[in-house]
Design a protein around this ligand. Structure first.
Ligand SMILES: Cc1cc2nc3c(=O)[nH]c(=O)nc-3n(C[C@H](O)[C@H](O)[C@H](O)COP(=O)(O)OP(=O)(O)OC[C@H]3O[C@@H](n4cnc5c(N)ncnc54)[C@H](O)[C@@H]3O)c2cc1C
Length: 289
């Protein structure tokens, strides 16, 4: 492990002032599950690490006036998966966090740390994007930006978190009334592995029971989570038949751009992206009411 100085921030202002003091030589640390590994492997070599976990007021989960669920940036992933507001109002999100690694990791890893990590293989982002969630980024002197989760992930392990910003919250609207949702994670190796392919789908019926709206987002098949726009366009306005779902899912092979790795060849992942899109949309469509 490299030499570094650890600073425990006692509140947000303290964290922003440490960020200003140490600039590029500082890294934020929440659960540390990703950062410590990166430091051990020397992918990251900060001279200063700023601990966030003792900052008060960032570990709550509450309902906002418009019925969305606001999750503090320092909530652990375990807290999210078990909180009644999440399991009842946004079960897709509870299920996605439940798929992350093991309870031991989820007890440490936080919502903000996970989002800032920007690994395209992570479980929560496809479901958050499919529901239209937003990320709250705070900066010194009360500055705040709200960024759609869909725009947060800009490249491989690269996010739109700017220097001097801290992820302080996540706001997730529930799926529309009558919608069906699904998150499927294909992991053929072990139950605690990252996905080979993952798919989140939210299907909302129109008044006649056809597909009114649909959002399909894939993980692990590109440099960032990928929205399957052509599949969505193919389904909107259509009856939710097996044939329509099959035709829409076939377009996903052109939308993804997987990497060859130990979880499978790019070609295999491309095929599995189609298969799991079909299954996820079918499962979500089967729940519409
Ligand atoms: C063995 C193992 C298995 C895993 N398997 C899975 C899996 O199956 N699915 C899955 O989705 N994930 C998996 N993960 C990844 C896990 O989700 C991440 O390690 C975790 O989400 C990171 O959260 P953290 O709070 O520990 O972040 P940290 O390690 O503290 O930080 C991660 C990054 O975010 C920055 N950061 C931290 N907090 C903030 C903040 N509030 N604002 C801005 N920047 C911040 C840090 O500087 C760092 O760059 C696995 C991890 C491990 C170690």
């Amino acid at each position: 492990m490299i030499d570094f100085e650890f600073h425990q921030a006692t509140d947000l202002d303290h964290a922003f002032s440490l960020l200003a003091d140490y600039g590029d030589d500082a890294r934020l640390m929440s659960g540390g599950t990703a950062l410590v590994l990166q430091m051990k492997q020397r992918f990251s070599q900060p001279g200063h690490v700023i601990g966030l976990t003792r900052i008060p007021g960032l570990d709550g989960i509450e309902e906002t006036e418009d019925g969305s669920i606001r999750i503090g940036g320092l909530c652990t992933q375990r807290q999210v998966e078990n909180h009644p507001l999440v399991t009842e109002r946004i079960p897709l999100v509870a299920g996605a966090y439940r798929h992350v690694a093991t309870p031991r990791i989820r007890n440490m890893a936080t919502v903000g740390g996970g989002l800032a990590h920007g690994d395209p293989n992570q479980d929560p982002p496809p479901s958050l994007i499919a529901l239209g969630a937003s990320v709250v980024l705070s900066s010194a002197n009360g500055g705040q930006r709200i960024v759609p989760a869909e725009e947060l992930f800009v490249d491989y392990f690269e996010t739109d978190v700017r220097p001097g910003e801290i992820i302080t919250g996540l706001v997730v609207p529930p799926a529309p009334d009558g919608a069906g949702t699904s998150y499927l994670k294909f992991l053929p190796r072990t139950a605690d592995d990252y996905a080979t392919v993952s798919v989140a789908a939210v299907v909302t019926p129109d008044a006649s029971g056809n597909c009114g709206d649909v959002r399909i987002v894939l993980g692990s098949v590109g440099l960032t989570p990928i929205r399957a726009a052509a599949a969505e366009d193919a389904l909107r306005g259509q009856p939710l038949t097996d044939e329509a779902i099959r035709e829409a899912a076939a377009t996903v092979q052109d939308a993804v751009d997987p990497l060859d790795d130990h979880r499978g060849s790019a070609e295999y992942k491309r095929e599995m992206a189609e298969v799991f899109t079909r299954r996820a949309v079918r499962q979500a469509a089967g729940q519409v009411s």
